[in-house]
Design a protein around this ligand. Structure first.
Ligand code: ASP
Length: 438
């Protein structure tokens, strides 16, 4: 293959996928091959490969990260900075969402609450309930309970990242407390595992353009292009979609670059470039967990952040730092209240901000995960389940596209966190030449 940069390869794949997906439909075949199944297969293979390495990657990177920080003091300092960064940026994001949704008021069109314009059908409500049901609730106490799983192997096999992270933090920390001979062999073992995982990541990334082509083509091809129902609802939801995109855009193109510039003295444009493959992958997969291997690769290789910082900040960030998701939760919750003609008091809006901040920590880094959190927020502020489900049913139509965008914001914020925290720890290699090698 000619040497085209990876992010260009991915972009070309996305454009081709939209084009081909648009021209074909669910029944189309090529040389006797059913296209939807073929695209599905390519996309699933790529997603599977990324998910395959997540558990060993998270465990090895956190253990080496924590053990490498060197004892209680270093951990306390790095941990404190990381949590402070995550909470502050998520709060900024939510406040941007709050201002935008209160200014644009997407829930009301021509003075009429949109809930009365869009007649949500029984099937749509059932679909919304279906999406939320079965996922365990992410109430606040529940988040803490999940941090301490009864069985770590089961937690790993079920993708319970919080439990896995907590266990790995303990493991890495106590490596520094055992006799040196054992500590050294433990450290070398996990460092070796981590290096192998990065090599496997590099190998998988070579297939990213093909996998992403499959993912996007099957989404576009699967759309019911004839149904004007969708067109009508999208039209009604346009204001809402614009509000979300505006708020996400503000966070991505104004808040984050300002923080990069002033806190880390890093040129934001170079950082966008460094992160391009991870951003495009997060957009295509709508999963920050699945993107984690690429995020680590880009942050270390292109942005020049040390392994010590990135191996701690990024796996944690992929699970608990979701600026785009927190912002989205706030906008959707207020939109649904507007759409059903509720007037929210200041206290209620404050409660939404607070629950969006806390529940975004518990949202998994997988597609559509925030829908569960939105349900919790709506009910926490006093909406009954039936209305909340009807509200969710409205936004589900446009959720996929917005999921892709908010996941990119989630991943970008993690990467900025790694740069800012790395700089504050006195790292010299960050974006010195744009392609700093490890
Ligand atoms: N898809 C998002 C992520 O993986 C989570 C969400 O907002 O649904 O970051």
């Amino acid at each position: 293959m000619p040497k085209i940069k990876l992010h260009w390869q991915i972009l070309i794949a996305i454009v081709l996928a939209v084009f081909i997906g648009y021209l074909t439909n669910k029944e189309s075949t090529f040389l006797g091959i059913h296209l939807l199944s073929a695209f599905d297969f390519l996309g699933s293979m790529f997603m599977n490969a990324l998910k395959m390495i997540i558990v060993p990657l998270i465990v090895a990177s956190i253990i080496t990260g924590i053990a490498g920080i060197g004892g209680t003091q270093g951990l306390g300092r790095m941990g404190g900075k990381t949590i402070l960064y995550y909470m502050t940026t998520s709060l900024f994001a939510i406040l941007i969402g709050l201002v935008v949704v209160n200014t644009i008021v997407p829930g009301v069109v021509d003075g009429e609450p949109i809930g009365e314009v869009i007649k949500v059908s029984e099937e749509q409500i059932a679909e919304a309930k279906n999406k939320v049901a079965g996922k365990e609730s992410s109430g606040i106490a529940d988040i803490f309970l999940r941090m301490v799983p009864t069985n770590i192997v089961k937690a790993a096999s079920e993708g319970q990242m919080l439990g896995l992270i907590f266990f790995s933090i303990l493991f890495g920390f106590f490596i520094t407390k055992i006799p040196e001979a054992y500590a050294e062999s433990q450290y070398n073992f996990w460092q070796g595992t981590y290096e192998v995982m990065l090599k496997i990541t590099e190998f998988i990334i070579k297939f990213a353009p093909i996998g992403i082509f499959g993912l996007i083509a099957s989404v576009v091809l699967g759309l019911d292009k004839e149904s004007d129902d969708i067109a009508k609802i999208v039209e009604a939801l346009t204001k809402f979609t614009i509000a979300v995109l505006l708020a996400l855009g503000f966070h991505l193109f104004i808040t984050m670059p300002v923080m990069l510039k002033f806190l880390a003295r890093v040129n934001p444009l170079r950082h966008y470039k460094a992160m391009a493959p991870a951003l495009l992958t997060s957009f295509s997969t709508a999963s920050s967990s699945a993107t984690l291997p690429l995020t680590i690769e880009c942050v270390e290789k292109n942005a020049g952040v040390s392994n010590r910082t990135s191996s701690f900040v990024l796996p944690l960030g992929a699970t608990i730092n979701m600026d785009g998701t927190a912002l989205y939760e706030c906008v959707v919750a207020i939109f649904i209240f507007q759409a059903f003609g509720y007037d929210l008091t200041f206290t209620q809006q404050f409660l939404i901000v607070l629950t969006a901040l806390l529940t975004s920590v518990g949202v998994a880094g997988i597609p559509a995960a925030s829908l569960v959190a939105i349900m919790i927020i709506l009910q926490a502020v006093g909406m009954d389940e039936a209305t909340a489900s009807a509200g969710l049913a409205m936004v589900i139509v446009v959720d996929r596209v917005l999921d892709m965008c908010r996941t990119a914001v989630n991943v970008f914020s993690d990467s900025c966190g790694a740069v800012i925290i790395g700089k504050s720890e006195g790292e010299q290699g960050i974006l010195v030449d744009g392609e700093a090698s490890r």
